[in-house]
Design a protein around this ligand. Structure first.
Ligand code: GDP
Length: 425
């Protein structure tokens, strides 16, 4: 079945590292489904005990009811949990182009005149319609094509730290289907409100991607932004993309040895930034986080691939294969990192909450069971005492009856004797 835009649903990729998150999400949702069942069942049982005997008091009953609400609340959050990646860098470094290349489709407007002047979040939607929502409004604004999306973004009077959510059919892209949410930011060079940005859009990001222009060096604004991020978050996961690497290869005078020298200088600076300045990773990790890519070329290659053509038809300059491979290598490492990080940050908390609810309920039930046992033993004692008393009374009665019988018998004999004596007289 063809989706709008003529593209086919993207095939499922079970080997993707994103499946770590997808499977963990399914598992934790299933477990919480079971916990919810137990909690509801237990609460009904506790209600019944409360109505029939005074073993469970109102406070305890209300506590059980609060667990039902707690578990339902966690289930709602769990269903909404996703992996979030946020892109930063100067205007025109290619943030929107990197997102489009990863999504394999030109979704976000890019290029001159389409400067992203607010935060744009791309997330998957069910169904086959694309639409956008602006902050503070529930209205679904239909998006038919990229031009219209660009116009809609321009027309809206948007503040730079506001958020526009773009919902794109999840079946059109494996990353969206696997619950990855992309956040594009206005250039770090245009804002003075970095703190607001971080507080509003970054605190729950699992991965940050710094998109640099490989033709120039990292600026103070770019560095400052990540300094602030790493002060607010402990050890953020940061990837650095030296984008527009095709342009360096296209330099008329640039020889291969020259290119290798520039690359190693950039690499060294990026690794130093991650290890010595931000102190967010060690040398080995940092070396796995720096890439030299061409987002524009990768996007073109993927659009060609979708048409059934070989990817190199999208090449811009010499060395396409290397850059394309490096982009794919980035994606694989990014997928591993984001899914592992999201499982930890999103689910660790839920599983320890689940454990504590289950633990609290268990000790409360143990307590109630103990009280029930004491209550039952007490009742048994009472029953035994009653039985003993009844048995005693029975023996007594039997004796009394026997005595009475003898007495009556004697009386009858006496009367008979008296009567016969009287008659004889
Ligand atoms: P943003 O402002 O950071 O989101 O940058 P855009 O993605 O809008 O890109 C700005 C311009 O740079 C656009 O015209 C892109 O086509 C172009 N561009 C982006 N990435 C590359 C690249 O890797 N190579 C080349 N040659 N151009 C690129």
């Amino acid at each position: 079945n063809l989706l709008p835009g003529g593209s086919r649903p993207y095939p499922m990729n079970d080997k993707s590292p994103l499946q770590i998150f997808v499977r963990a999400k399914k598992k934790i949702n299933d477990i919480y489904g079971e916990i919810e069942e137990y909690v509801c069942e237990t609460t009904t049982f506790i209600d019944k005990i409360h109505d029939e005997a005074e073993i469970v008091d109102k406070e305890e009953r209300d506590l059980f009811k609060s667990y039902v609400e707690k578990v339902a609340g966690i289930r709602t959050v769990l269903q909404r949990d996703h992996m979030k990646v946020a892109f930063f860098g100067r205007t025109s470094n290619g943030k929107s182009s990197v997102i489009n290349a990863m999504l394999r489709e030109k979704i976000l407007p890019s290029g001159i005149g389409h400067t992203t002047n607010c935060f744009c979040q791309v997330e998957g939607s069910n169904g086959d319609e694309a639409y956008l929502m602006t902050e503070g409004s529930d209205e679904h604004i239909n998006v038919v094509n990229i031009k219209q999306l660009a116009n809609a973004l321009c027309q809206e009077k948007l503040c730079e730290s506001s958020l526009v959510r773009i919902f794109w059919p999840r079946e059109r892209c494996s990353l969206l289907r696997d619950d990855v949410v992309f956040v594009d930011s206005p250039g770090v060079d245009v804002s003075a409100n970095l703190d607001d940005w971080i507080d509003n859009h970054c605190l729950n990001a699992d991965v940050f991607v710094l998109v640099l222009n490989a033709e120039s060096t990292m600026t103070r604004a770019e560095k400052q932004f990540f300094h602030t991020v790493s002060q607010k978050l402990s050890k953020p996961n940061i990837f650095i993309l030296n984008n527009r690497w095709d342009a360096s290869a296209n330099e008329p005078e640039c020889q291969e040895s020259e290119l290798a020298k520039v690359k190693s200088q950039h690499t060294e600076r990026c690794i130093d930034f991650l290890t010595k300045e931000l102190k967010v990773s060690n040398e080995k990790e940092a070396a796995e986080r720096v890439f030299f890519v061409s987002a524009r070329e990768t996007l073109q290659a993927r659009i060609e691939e979708a048409k059934g053509n070989p990817p190199h038809m999208g090449a811009i300059a010499e060395g396409f294969q290397m850059r394309y491979f490096e982009f794919q290598d980035f994606e694989r490492k990014f997928e591993e990192c984001i899914s592992q990080s999201a499982v930890k940050t999103k689910f660790q908390q839920h599983s320890s909450r689940g454990k504590s609810v289950a633990g609290d309920m268990r000790s409360m039930l143990d307590n109630i069971y103990e009280r029930i046992t004491i209550f039952r033993n007490h009742k048994m004692d009472q029953k035994n005492m009653l039985t003993e008393r009844i048995q005693g009374t029975e023996t007594q009665m039997l004796q009394v009856t026997r005595e009475m019988k003898t007495k009556i018998h004697n009386m009858v004999e006496e009367v008979e004797e008296k009567v016969s004596k009287a008659l004889n007289e």
